[in-house]
Ligand binder design. Structure first.
Ligand SMILES: [Zn+2]
Length: 251
């Protein structure tokens, strides 16, 4: 039974992931997320039902459009699989509890902002507000993983530190990142939010170094910070306590 539920949760995640791709790619361009049906951006070929099956269609079509054979972005199957995996991880971690709702909302938001930041360098207010309100309400009521003031301090800390970084970097960090960290602070609380900023910076730095070494980027190249923030926050949300305990044992 447990395995059956796990499979369902993963498939559920794949389908949501496919929707999050659409949201993350269309909303920054002010397009409707419902209509029109998904098309090939190159030739306009409308995707048939089976071409919309997450991951499977990508594999069968070998990553190419059926009509014009142009490459389909690997971001689609990648984010679909990531969402499936994160939904499954959420279920395995929290079981059927109120925290599972927080978990699903949190990873969904992080997938959407990763897609929009990667494809258009934007983290939309609309997306953040959509998740911020239910997450705050859940944290302050039924999903009380910490005392009530912990998420509030987390929110103010996340926003405050990123705001200071944005001012100091003179536009190197976007306003979207600052507001995103207020939401992350609500979920991770304090000091989890600090740990998340630390991991996000570390991941961002590694990506930056790889970019300079292998992709011919320079210090002025803009690399979206959203994906690093998402990854760092997911690590802390699921494994922060273990990492902290492990760290304290060593030092
Ligand atoms: Zn095409």
């Amino acid at each position: 039974m447990e395995i059956l539920i796990s499979v369902y949760v993963f498939l559920f995640g794949l389908i949501f992931g496919s929707f999050f791709n659409v949201v993350g790619m269309r909303m920054p361009n002010k397009e409707s997320i419902i209509k029109p049906r998904s098309r090939c951006p190159e030739c306009g070929h409308t995707l048939s039902a089976w071409e919309l099956i997450p991951v499977v269609s990508y594999i069968f079509l070998r990553g190419k459009c059926k009509d014009c054979s142009k490459r389909v972005s690997p971001l689609y199957p990648l984010m679909e699989t990531a969402t499936g995996g994160l939904f499954l991880l959420s279920y395995l971690h929290w079981g059927f509890s109120f925290e599972l709702i927080v978990s699903l909302l949190f990873v969904s938001m992080l997938v959407i902002i990763t897609v929009s930041d990667l494809t258009s360098y934007l983290i939309l207010n609309k997306v953040l507000m959509f998740f911020f309100i239910p997450l705050l309400l859940l944290r302050l009521t039924v999903a009380d993983l910490y005392p009530w003031w912990i998420p509030i301090v987390g929110m103010l800390t996340g926003f405050g530190i990123l705001f200071a970084l944005a001012v100091l970097s003179r536009g190197g960090m976007g306003g979207g990142d600052v507001k995103l960290y207020a939401v992350i602070g609500v979920v991770l609380g304090f000091p989890g939010v600090l740990m998340s900023i630390f991991f996000a910076s570390l991941i961002g730095a590694v990506i930056g170094i790889f970019g300079v070494l292998f992709k011919g980027m320079n210090r002025k190249s803009s690399i979206p910070f959203g994906p690093s923030i998402a990854l760092g926050s997911i690590i802390v949300y699921f494994y922060g306590i273990q990492i902290w305990n492990w760290y304290m044992k060593i030092f």
